[in-house]
Design a protein around this ligand. Structure first.
Ligand code: PMP
Ligand code: GLN
Length: 383
């Protein structure tokens, strides 16, 4: 059969987790916690499973969950959204991203992504008949963290540009947007008809007192945006695959036309359980930064005398380590070798980039119990 995605192999997350298992390694590759959700949330799932919430949910998501999402968006980002017309529960962020891309992109359109770019964006653009234009996030002496070069973004926009995909806090680099960045973005897109797709799945995992700069905060940006999030990251439940899309009514109408044919609806008891949990424990969000910051700090402290160099992540549960002082081997080969030889699995960053660079970077997930991080660091420190 002729492939519709001839350049697509198996996602690196499946590849590295399988290799990790085969080698019985410590798996810091694919991003998922090594611990369970709060027992109270698990009990709520059981309660709804045992109380008849086992048939199709409404196509948009169950009303209590859409209401809880709308309340959260108002409380955290100051935007009042209509839970019926502007909030849709999705089959994980992955489906939300896919459906938004299918809704927005037509054959011949260009979509701007920032490299390193999460790997599900480009195949979805290709299937919609569009083409990705990759703009690298850059580092400079003045700004040593990866960031958007706004001039470069402006230059890349042309009459075919339909969509810009953003992802902050950023997987894999862990960088975040500032309030100033939102203004720069608004300046760049102001006189264009470009839509924005903002992947904010790590919205609650942000460190050092920084605030998450959601596109929901900005009136101008909101008008043209699909904002996607995932309960998987927020509630330590990546296996549940429940997320959501918030977008203005006109965009949501088009989004739902796709969503209904991709999955129709999302797992019912878990939607009810999350809705009730969100209502009972709104403080969960506030506690998440400190919880993960402690893990980031612990992991970085353990590695401070290693041969890796790094700048601590500003958000997400990923830490990038630069291994250029150890070897010049390319990152795909090195990640594989580390998994096989020292039993620590990571993700090579170059797989998220269109162009190969001289960077020697690996991504490690620190959403793990301390003993796992300590064992992994002990092995990494011997390199
Ligand atoms: N976007 C980013 C940046 C991610 O890291 C992930 C992975 N977890 C997703 C989307 C997909 O989220 P979900 O598991 O809810 O589909
Ligand atoms: N988002 C997760 C990561 O970055 C992986 C999700 C997946 O395996 N599709 O590791």
């Amino acid at each position: 059969m002729d492939s519709k995605l001839p350049d697509t192999g198996t996602t690196i997350f499946a590849v590295m987790s399988a290799l990790s298992e085969e080698c019985n390694a410590i798996n810091l590759s694919q991003g998922f916690p090594s611990f369970d959700p709060d027992q109270e949330l698990l009990d709520l799932v059981t309660k709804y499973l045992n109380n008849g919430a086992n048939q199709y949910a409404p196509m948009l998501g169950v009303p209590p969950l859409r209401d809880a999402i709308a309340s959260k968006v108002e409380m955290l980002y100051g935007r009042k959204v209509d839970a019926d017309a502007e909030v849709t529960v999705c089959d994980g962020a992955t489906e939300g991203l896919f459906s938004a891309i299918q809704a927005a992109v037509r054959p011949g359109d260009e979509v701007i992504v920032f490299d390193p770019a999460y790997d599900s964006y480009e195949p979805a653009v290709t299937l919609a008949g569009g083409t990705c234009r990759h703009i690298p996030l850059v580092v400079s002496d003045e700004q040593p963290d990866f960031h958007i070069d706004w001039g470069r973004l402006k230059d890349a926009i042309n009459e075919r540009t339909r969509l810009i995909i953003l992802n902050f806090p950023h997987n894999p680099t862990g960088v975040i947007l500032t309030a100033e960045d939102l203004k720069s973005l608004a300046d760049v897109v102001r006189d264009t008809s470009v839509y924005l797709l903002s992947d904010e799945v790590y919205e609650h995992i942000i460190f050092d007192g920084a605030a998450h700069e959601s596109l929901l905060k900005n009136d101008e940006l909101w008008q043209r945006s699909f904002i996607i999030s995932s309960f998987g990251k927020t509630y330590h439940a990546t296996g549940w695959k429940v997320g959501y899309c918030v977008a203005p009514a006109a965009l949501t109408t088009e989004f739902r036309k796709i969503h209904q044919w991709v999955c129709y609806a999302v797992v019912t008891p878990i939607q009810h359980a999350i809705a009730e949990y969100m209502q009972r424990t709104p403080e969960h969000y506030a506690a998440l930064p400190a919880f993960y910051e402690q893990k980031r700090d612990h992991f970085c402290e353990l590695l401070k005398d290693s041969s890796f160099s790094f700048r601590p992540a500003n958000g997400t549960f990923f830490q990038i380590l630069d291994y250029s002082a150890i070897t010049n081997e390319d990152d795909v080969a090195y990640a594989s070798r580390l998994t096989r030889e020292i039993g620590v699995a990571s993700i090579p960053v170059s797989v998220f980039c269109e162009k190969k660079s001289d960077d020697r970077l690996l991504r490690f997930c620190f959403a793990k119990n301390d003993d796992m991080l300590e064992q992994a660091a002990e092995r990494l420190c011997k390199l």
